[in-house]
Ligand binder design. Structure first.
Ligand code: TRP
Length: 327
């Protein structure tokens, strides 16, 4: 099965990215034909500093490889190494009504937060649809905030196929990660734009500091606590085994436990999971050409697939020279 997902290089990766999408990306490499890419064209809607964009792109590549993404199993590449997606974006633009894009939550949220709307921001879902459709992807593992974009992709695939009376595009489905909502240290959704993240590759001390600062209520130590209504527990649950989660659940309800204890355990679990990748990342950082080689190789493979689809697309809509000549 063709799996595809993109990750925006617009900052450092955090636990929200990990439990929302990344973790399942890496797990899926074992069974499926996975295409993962770094969405630099998408990032250009907000990151408009060339040095920073390069740094983030490289950073995300290092993060994925350090977390165990295996370039022998997965096609891992930079979106911008397949410029054909921009051509497909234009073509999809021509069969997509503006009303569909005006309903996009992510777009409306960004505008509500005061980000100036550009054509790029508005057409962001069309570029994302082009990413998905150009590789004939069947399953798209994403976080909850991206599900609407995948649904819009289904619509766009339909518009194209109907308009040009063809079956070039496959209807993709979204697949949600382990966590629907990962709370940040302040209890809101964890997001770079809320400044409430626990970064995956921060120094151990910095991660510890972030975890210890997680907001809790003021229930006294001796009183019973509600695990379903606590940010520390919500995160602990994502790391711990079901057995350990059940133990913490009982300790919360019994009382006599302070939130500090749960936070300390969370720090330990964080370290167990990310100390290894942190060391691996440092190793990779010392061998810069390795990352470049991986991305270049992946880009070639992805581009070959994209070119094939574009041949079909051009033919279907009358842009291919062969069709024009035969008229
Ligand atoms: N918009 C996605 C995000 O911010 C990234 C992305 C770009 C993507 N193109 C994609 C995800 C295609 C899945 C499929 O997370």
């Amino acid at each position: 099965m063709r799996i595809l997902s993109g990750i925006q290089p617009s900052g450092r990766l955090h636990l929200g990215n990990y439990f929302g999408a990344l973790k399942q990306h890496i797990e899926m490499q074992e069974q499926h034909d996975c295409f993962y890419f770094i969405a630099s064209y998408h990032a250009l809607t907000t990151v408009q500093d060339p040095k920073l964009l390069q740094e983030y792109t490289r950073g995300v590549a290092l993060d994925y490889l350090a977390l165990g993404l295996d370039p022998n199993k997965v096609t891992f590449f930079r979106q911008a190494d397949v410029p054909e997606v921009c051509e497909l974006t234009w073509i999809l633009n021509c069969v997509t009504g503006t009303g569909l894009l005006e309903r996009a939550h992510a777009y409306k949220d960004k505008v509500a937060r005061g980000i100036t709307s550009s054509m790029g921001l508005f057409c962001y879902p069309v570029l994302m649809a082009a990413d998905i459709l150009i590789y004939k992807s069947q399953l798209v593992p994403v976080g909850k905030d991206q599900v609407q974009h995948v649904e819009m992709t289904q619509d766009m695939a339909g518009y194209f196929n109907t308009t040009f009376q063809c079956e070039v595009f496959v209807r993709p489905e979204a697949k949600l990660g382990q966590a629907l909502l990962v709370p940040g240290v302040d209890g809101q959704k964890m997001s770079k734009s809320y400044n409430n993240t626990v970064e995956l590759f921060a120094e151990a001390k910095q991660a510890q500091k972030a975890i210890m600062s997680i907001k809790t209520d003021s229930t006294p130590v001796e009183d019973p606590k509600d695990p379903t209504n606590d940010n520390v527990f919500a995160l602990l649950k994502l790391f711990a085994s079901p057995e350990e989660t059940a133990e913490w659940d009982a300790r919360y309800r019994k009382g006599g436990m302070g939130y500090g204890q749960a936070k300390k355990r969370l720090v330990e679990l964080f370290e167990e999971r990310f100390a290894g990748p942190r060391a691996k990342r440092a190793e990779l950082l010392a061998a810069p050409s390795y990352v470049d080689d991986v991305l270049q190789e992946g880009g070639k493979k992805a581009r070959a697939v994209a070119k094939q689809t574009m041949d079909e697309v051009r033919r279907a809509c009358g842009l291919a020279t062969s069709r024009l000549e035969s008229r």
